[in-house]
Write a protein that binds this ligand. Structure first.
Ligand code: CA
Length: 230
């Protein structure tokens, strides 16, 4: 069930990250390692992961800052924080700024695996600090009111179009396959065809792009899917 789920492991202690990586691989997870906070933030913003395991004490940028910055930039990837025993305050702050769960070091690896399964299964993550507004070009989006304005004028969106737009923005600069979009935006409705995604993308372009035939924001990545930049 968790085969192929992608985990970004952010941990600066090599022995720890090696042990965890070995074990996660044997459970079927695909693991990528970042050894400092700045790298973690960049990867978290630009690539797709099902989960980020985030150590708090990191070089260059703390785990708390990584978590906060990902959330403030609209990245809702589930985050499981690893904290030291005596850092109760960090744990509370971590949950407040949008982490999904935390685990206190030292921990049993079986406990970590159980938490990972729970967080991954719970997708989408609870939006503790949801993206509220976003703008690009002459487009202004208010996510709380589900409202889109183009040059100040309201544009009508279906719920599905809005959900798709939100997903694209939350994963901006990331290539999203039609299959992923179907799964995440249409939610397991197996009868939907990948063509459905194309139709909705075309509709979003009509509503948001200056010239829908030559999109500047909702791009086609040939052979792979779509990517939002903006
Ligand atoms: Ca550390």
């Amino acid at each position: 069930m968790f085969m192929g789920k992608r985990i970004l492991l952010v941990e600066d202690e090599p022995s720890m990250s090696m042990t965890l990586t070995d074990r996660l691989h044997s459970e079927g997870y695909a693991v990528e390692i970042a050894e400092d906070g700045e790298t973690a933030f960049q990867r978290g913003m630009t690539k797709y992961f099902d989960l980020i395991i985030l150590d708090l004490m990191l070089p260059r940028k703390s785990g708390l800052d990584v978590c906060r910055d990902l959330r403030q930039n609209g990245k809702m990837t589930p985050i499981l924080m690893l904290t030291a025993m005596d850092k109760l305050v960090d744990r509370i702050v971590g949950l407040k700024i949008g982490a999904d769960d935390y685990l206190v070091k030292p921990f049993e690896i079986s406990e970590l695996l159980a938490r990972i399964e729970a967080v991954v299964r719970r997708a989408p993550a609870p939006l503790l600090l949801p993206i509220e507004q976003y703008h690009f070009s002459n487009i202004q989006i208010d996510f709380r009111r589900a409202e889109v304005k183009r040059a100040g004028a309201t544009v009508e969106f279906s719920a599905r179009e809005f959900h798709l737009l939100r997903y694209l923005i939350e994963h901006r600069e990331t290539v999203l396959s039609r299959e992923e979009l179907l799964q995440k935006v249409w939610r397991h409705s197996a009868l939907q065809l990948t063509r459905t995604v194309d139709v909705h993308i075309a509709s979003l372009r009509q509503k948001l792009e200056a010239n829908p035939r030559y999109p500047q924001f909702i791009l086609t990545v040939h052979g792979m899917g779509y990517k939002f930049i903006g």
